[in-house]
Design a protein around this ligand. Sequence first.
Ligand code: PLP
Length: 343
Amino acid sequence: MQGSWIDLRSDTVTWPTVEMRAAMAAAAVGDDVYGDDPTVLKLEQAAARRLGKEAALFVASGTMGNQLALLCQVNRGDEVILSERCHIVQHEAGAAAFLSGAQLRCLPTRNGHLDLDQVEQTIRHHPEDLHSPRSALICIENADSDGYVLDLEYQRELSQLAKHHQVPVHLDGARLFNAAAVCGHPADVLASCADTVQICLSKGLCAPVGSVLVGTKPVIDLARRRRKILGGGMRQVGVLAAAGLLALDQMSDRLGEDHRLARQLEAALDERKAYAEVISGSRINMVFCRFPSCSPDALVGALSAAGIRINPPDDHVFRFVTHHGTDENDLQRFLDVLDRFFL
Ligand SMILES: *Cc1c(COP(=O)(O)O)cnc(C)c1O
């Protein structure tokens, strides 16, 4: 529980923990644009080690991490192959076109998975042809924003296919530690299937701000330059990195608890067939559900009046997200309000 609200809109609403606040207050800082903020350097080293990559860059947001991955691996007019539902396509305000001048080759997914044969067919095989764009990058998301998790075998197959065609892979791992908790492989093993990886510290991991982009040293060195171009060179940013270190060290192993609560909420909604239609498939801290008979505005309003925040539905589907600030009592209160509203 945080504040007096029960907030099921997202895991981005999590507050920094008491330990994070203390670490932020005590953080050793420098000027990170000069490269001498010790806490940022520590976070970047820790993230690179944790994800099994050569180098890391602390960035302001997941969007900045993803866009830097494109800016450093894609030339104007090059193609990026990715899911039509992914964050880069749907939720980054058209940044790939605006910043990199990338041509996005959007493919459909089934249960969060791109069809690998279709990916292979989509790769351009004649880059020397004057007419042909160059396939510069394949992007995947694990876990994805629909709650699906890609298992290790699938990621390995995709990685081999991409290597065979010499196309690098970017993994949008905004919720990579959620995926790791579900599939039982450590994050670095999942990350080994990609050339660059972006992880969010500010979602389920509870840091107030920030993401990390990891990859080879040349790519990360270039990303540092390009981050400056985006206005993302920050100064005494050790105060934020201090929280990020605790996010990595202390919060990544507790995500199974959020998943357990989400499955519990899913089961409770599934018992309420009179008004709720659960959409199964999510394996992380998200529950998806339709309420066929309801006016979304009225429901959002009734919940808000009871101190519970939810987002309006997307294409009639509501998403409820569990996180460090929700517990079983909160979910019971939520279910009680739903019962009163519908029954
Ligand atoms: C949240 C999210 C991002 C971007 O994070 P911001 O910090 O909000 O910019 C990128 N990809 C996925 C899959 C996400 O869920």
